[in-house]
Unconditional design. Structure first.
Ligand code: RFL
Length: 384
């Protein structure tokens, strides 16, 4: 089994990369652990930033997004002092989000990849990658490429194929967990809403006209089963302060899962013939909705570099791949980290919890009152 570029993982990173390489006539094979049905129904991200929309549009991958994606330009913050909205589409660089559920994007990308003559094998679990020879071992035997790209997410095998003495993993567990909930209910507010409350953070995000995502900060060892529908809706009502701002539009909860807020960056993101992209290279906490956007950014950079290498025998861009991507990844990490400190109060046990709480209020009022702070926020919230 051979291919010029072997790609491990059919998430946004692997599929955007595969599509861009196929557009340049490069022979690719994607190996994916899940079934096609499984990856096409995995609901995760939804907010595509301006760069992602550009990449998808320029490379002919945006038909579905343009047909049914919704443009979003406003977010709101609520706390004990009130609520304010930021129309970020009118701030910073004037960029907006396109809301298009990740599973729909993945479905589109698979169809287009196959249409472009790409090969993909589902239900294949990669167990070992040899970065020096670009050989991949899996439950179906062995595949060889000229290059291998690990797009297998944060728990995949490609990270382990980077030699520990050459690659540094910068990691942080934020010590915070969210219950991520999907509801069969229309949006309750027109804007993405972040609610700061002493009980913990609560968030409201659009997905589609019939589906809304909510987040509730919970204890890290909470069991999602301990959160039946009624408890979710009543806690959301408290933290969203419905008595003051109006009721939520309730509906059945169709998915509840724990998400631990973790971030890490692997540096460098490459070794020998192996390159990492997406969550495999850098996991980012979902607080600023950046993960899929970083994956798409890296896929575009890498596709260009691999195309140079394969079609012109020019490996300069490949050698610079980590150096090109890492500053953008760290900017996103920095912003995401800032969002985490804004959205979550200190644990009550922390000795300076009182100080931190007031600091957080000051941080929020700066965002509410300062136009230059708002421009900076907008630029980083939608951009990479
Ligand atoms: P993915 O999507 O995890 O895909 C990796 C693929 O690799 C396969 N795989 C293997 N295949 C073969 N052999 C192995 N050994 C393998 N190991 C793994 C897996 O089956 C899978 O198909 O990684 P990729 O492509 O890097 O994409 C990353 C994004 O999926 C991720 O960053 C986002 O979903 C994060 N995220 C969000 N990002 C945004 O940009 N905007 C959002 O609004 C947003 N919301 C979210 C999110 C992530 C969430 N969760 C569940 C953590 C909301 C949530 C709740």
């Amino acid at each position: 089994d051979r291919a010029t570029v072997l790609i491990v993982g059919a998430g946004p990173a692997g599929l955007v990369l595969g599509n861009l390489l196929r557009a340049n006539g490069i022979d690719t094979l994607i190996l994916e652990r899940g079934s096609r049905e499984r990856v096409q129904t995995r609901a995760r991200a939804g907010f595509l930033g301006a760069n992602s929309a550009r990449v998808l549009t320029e490379h002919g991958l945006a038909a579905g997004m343009l047909r049914s994606g919704q443009s979003h330009d406003t977010c709101a913050f609520r706390d004990a002092e009130g609520e304010f909205e930021l129309n970020y589409g009118e701030l910073g660089r004037g960029e907006v989000h396109t809301v298009y559920p990740q599973q729909h994007l993945v479905t589109d990308l698979i169809a287009e990849y196959l249409h472009r003559g790409g090969r993909i094998r589902f239900d294949v679990t990669v167990t070992e990658i040899d970065a020096a020879t670009a050989t991949v071992r899996h439950n179906g035997g062995e595949s060889r490429g000229r290059f291998v790209v690990g797009c297998d997410g944060s728990n995949g095998v490609s990270r382990r194929a980077l030699p520990a003495d050459l690659a540094t993993r910068h990691a942080r567990d934020h010590g915070i967990a969210w219950l991520a909930v999907l509801t069969e209910a229309p949006q309750s507010m027109t804007a993405v809403t972040y609610a700061l409350h002493d009980n913990g953070f609560a968030g409201h995000m659009a997905r589609s006209p019939q589906v809304t995502r909510y987040y509730l900060q919970v204890c890290a060892d909470d069991d999602p089963a301990a959160w039946p529908d009624e408890r979710i809706w009543s806690e959301l009502a408290i933290r969203m302060r419905v008595d003051r701002f109006g009721p939520l539009r309730e509906g059945p909860v169709t998915e509840r899962r724990m998400v631990r807020l973790r971030s890490d960056v692997v540096d460098p993101m490459q070794h020998g013939r192996l390159f990492l992209a997406g969550d495999a290279a850098s996991l980012i906490s979902p607080s600023a909705a950046k993960g899929a956007n970083l994956a798409i950014m890296q896929a575009e950079v890498l596709a260009r570099a691999l195309t140079d290498a394969v079609t012109r025998e020019d490996e300069a861009a490949l050698r610079a791949y980590s150096r090109t991507c890492l500053p953008r990844i760290w900017r996103a990490q920095e912003f995401s980290h800032w969002m985490i400190t804004l959205l979550h109060g200190p644990a009550a046990a922390e000795p300076d919890a009182g100080f931190q709480r007031v600091l957080r209020r000051a941080r929020l009022s700066s965002l509410r009152d300062s136009r230059s702070h708002q421009d900076f926020f907008a630029e980083n919230y939608v951009g990479i």
